[in-house]
Design a binder for this molecule. Sequence first.
Ligand SMILES: *Cc1c(COP(=O)(O)O)cnc(C)c1O
Length: 424
Amino acid sequence: MKEISLQEIKKRDANDALASFKNRFVNEENLIYVDGNSLGKLPKESIEISKQVVEQQWGSRLIRSWNEHWIDLPQKLAAKIAKIVGAHEDEIFVGDSTSLNLYKSLFAVLNLQKDKTEVVTDTLNFPTDYYVLDGILKQHFPNHKVIKAESSDGLITELSDLEKVVSDINASITLSHVTYKSGYLYPMKEVNKLAKAKGSIVVWDLSHSVGSVPVNLNENKAEIAVGCTYKYLNGGPGAPAFLYVSREMQSKLENPIWSWFGHESPFKFSPEFKSHPGIQKFAIGTPHVLSLAIMEGGLNVHLDAGIENLREKSIQQTELFIQLFELHLKPLGYELASPKDVEIRGSHISLGHPEGYRINRALIAPKSNSKEIIPDFRPPHFIRIGIAPLYNSFEDVYEVVMRLKEIVLNKEFELYSQERLTVT
Ligand SMILES: *Cc1c(COP(=O)(O)O)cnc(C)c1O
C-alpha cells in the first residue's frame, strides 16, 4: 500500500470544490465530527429558520400561520426530498418517525398481499426494523414468517444469498439500502428486479444512504421506501422522517392508521373517514411544524452541493481512509468491518478492535491535548467513522486515523473505564 503524505492530503482539500460548504454549518474549534451518520451538524440557515418560525410565525402570527406557512410545509419539504432521492414530489410524504413510516408501509403491503405469508429481510438490518416487523406479524399476521437472508461474512449479503430466500410467497422484502454497521450498499435496482419477478414488494430503509449516496428511487424502480432526515440530511435531532410510495402503488395501499390529515378533505370535518387518494393518505394527524421547518436548512445545503458531487467526494474520502487504515491501523489489531469495494460501500466505515469501546472514549474525551473526535460505537467492539463530505475534510480523515493509531500505540485507552454510557 502506497504511503501518502499530509502535504498531498492538504492539496486535495485545497482542490476540493465542496470545501466551502463546511462554512454553512456551525463548527466547533478542535473538534472533528465523524458522526454525521447518527446526527448531522447544525446548518446555520436552520438557526435563522428556527427564529422565524418560533418568534414570528408562532409568536406574532399565531394560528394565522397555518394558512400563511404551515399547511403547505410538508409538501414544500417533500419537493426538496424528492429531488434528493430521485422521485416525483407527489410520491413523498414528510412526517412521523422512520419506525412509524415502516409500520405504515409494511402493514399496508402485508394487507395488500394477504395470500403471501413470508417477509424477507437480512441479518444486517437495524433493530427497529426487526421490531416493527415482528410486532406487526405477532399482532396482525400470526401465521406469517420472517425469513432472514444470511450474510456469509457479517458485512454484506450477496445477491445470491438473497435469491435463496426470495420466493413467490414473499409478501415483502425489507432491507436497509446502506446497512448501519458495515455500511454495505445494496444494489437497489437488482433487488427490486428480483422481487418484482416474484410479485414481492420491497420496502427500503434509506436512513443510512439518503444524503450520502444517490438513491434514484424512480430510476431504480423502487416501490416503497422510508428514510431518516436527522442523519446525513442534517434535519436536527429527532427530525421527522419521510415515506416514498411510487405513483403506481399509492392507490393500492391503505394507511393502517386513519386520521383527519389523511382524509380526502380534513377541513370538512366529516364524521366518516374517506382516505385521500394520493401520498397524503399516509399522514397521521397534525404535522410537527417546528421540527419540519428546521429541516429545510439541511435540505438546501444538499441541493446546492449536489448529491452526485457528494458521493464522488465521499468515495474519495472512504478510499483514503482505507488506504491509511492498511498502512497505520491494520498492524495494530484494527480490522476493517466495511466492504473494501467502493461500489458497495456507503459513507461510513466500521472498524473493529478488541478495545473498541475504550478507544472510542479516548477519541471523544482525550486526556492529552489532542483534538476531540466524535465517532460512534456499536457493540460489541465497533467504532463507526461516519464521513460527511459536506463538512469533513480530507485532513479530518487523516487526523482520525492518526489518533486511532496513537491511542493504541500509547495504550491511551487504558485510562478509560469499560463502563457503558447510555447513548453511544
Ligand atoms: C436511524 C435509523 C432508524 C431510526 O428510526 P427512528 O424511528 O427515527 O428512531 C431506522 N432505521 C435505520 C436503518 C436507521 O439507520
